[in-house]
Design a binder for this molecule. Sequence first.
Ligand code: FES
Ligand SMILES: [Fe+2]
Length: 402
Amino acid sequence: VPIADQPILEEEMTVLSVDATDGVVEHLRKGTTDLAPSPLRVPISNFFDKSHAAVEHKLFRRLPLNVAHTSEISKVGSFITREVLGTQLLIARGEDAKVVAYVNMCRHRGGKVEWQASGNKRMFVCPYHGWSYDRNSGELKNVPYEKDIGPIDRACNSLERVRAEERNGFVWIDFINDRHLPIAGYLGNSIDATLASLALNERIIYLDKSFTLPINWKLVIDGAIDMLHPQFLHPDGVGKLIKTNTVLWKGHGRHGQLFAARQRLAETVRVSGDFDRDWRYFAGSIFVYPNSLINPTPDHVECWTVWPSLDNPAESTTKIRFLVHPDRLNEKTRQRLDLSWEILNKAAGEEDWPMEVSIQENSRSHPDGSYLYGRNEIACQHFHRNLAEDLGWLNKETISSQ
Ligand code: FES
Ligand SMILES: [Fe+2]
C-alpha cells in the first residue's frame, strides 16, 4: 500500500467533514450507498454523433474552464501557450501580477504569434512579419515597414482578449467576453471553499501527463468517477485500495463531490471502528463541471481535465497532474508519488481506457440504443443529467425504470 503511515497536513483534513465521513462509515456498516431517485438512460449516439458533439463544443465555450495551474505562470512576465478547444491561447502574468489571456493569433494575417510553450517576455513578436504586441495589454506596438503597409489603426489591432481569472490555484478562462462571471460564483460556496482548503495555489506540479485517446470525453469522465467498477476491472490494483459501491455524493449545482471508502476504512470499521478523518481512509473527487476532477490524496492532489477533440467525438485528450506542496517533497514522498502514478497509470492505461475504447467502438455499431446508469451510479448520473439539461436532450423516454 503506497499511502500508509503518512502524517497529514491540517489543510488537507479540512475537506473531510464529520458529516461526509460519518456518511461513508454509515454506508459501510449498513452495506449501502447513495442512490439517485431513478436509473438514467443515455442515448448511445451522444458518444459519437457529430452534431451532438458540436452542441457540446458550444456549451464548453460558454463555461469557465480550468486551463492551467498558477505555478505555470508564477512570475510577472511568465507566459504559456496552450490549445483549448481548438483555439490557440497565450496566457501570461501581466505587470500587475494579474493573469491575462489572448488568442494567439496575429492581427496581420493570422500567424501564431508566440511559439514557445512557456517563457518570460515583455513583448510578443509574430515571427511571420514581425508585428509585436504588448504583454500586459495585447496592444499592437511595432509594425515593420508600416509606412508601406498602409495606415494601421492600433486601437483595433490588439490581440484578441479572452477573459481569464485566477482562483484556487487554477487559471480559468471563459470564451464569452461580454459578461462578468466571477469564478467563485460559478463554483458556488461549497466547491469554492473545498478547493480553497486544499491550498492548491501553494503547490507545484510534480507530474504532468497528457493522453490523446480514441474515447469520447464523457466516457473518460464516467470512468474516473465510477465507483462501481474497481473490484471488477482493477482486482489487483485500485480494487484492493478502494471499496467498490460505497459512495457518498454531494451535488453542488452542476458540480459535486464524491466520497468513497478506502479498503483500510472498511477493515477498521469491521474490526475496531478506529479511523482518522483523512485521506488515508477516504477517497474523494471534486467534480467541477464540465470537465475537471480534483482528487485529494494523502501526498498530493490529482487533477484531471478531459478535453473533447474538435471535430472528432471519438477522441479526447486527458491531462493528469499531481500537485504537491514543495516543502513536502523529499525522497520518501517522491517514492510514494511515483508509486501512486504507477498504480494510476496501470489502472487507467491498461484497464480503464481500453474498456472505454471498447465502449466507444461498440457505440458505433449500436447507434440507436441507450446505456444504463443505475441508481447507485449517482455521480455519473449527476454529470449526464446536468449535461442533458444544458443540451436539452433529456426527455421522458431517456429516464426509465429499467
Ligand atoms: S501574420 Fe503576423 S506579422 Fe504577418
Ligand atoms: Fe478505473
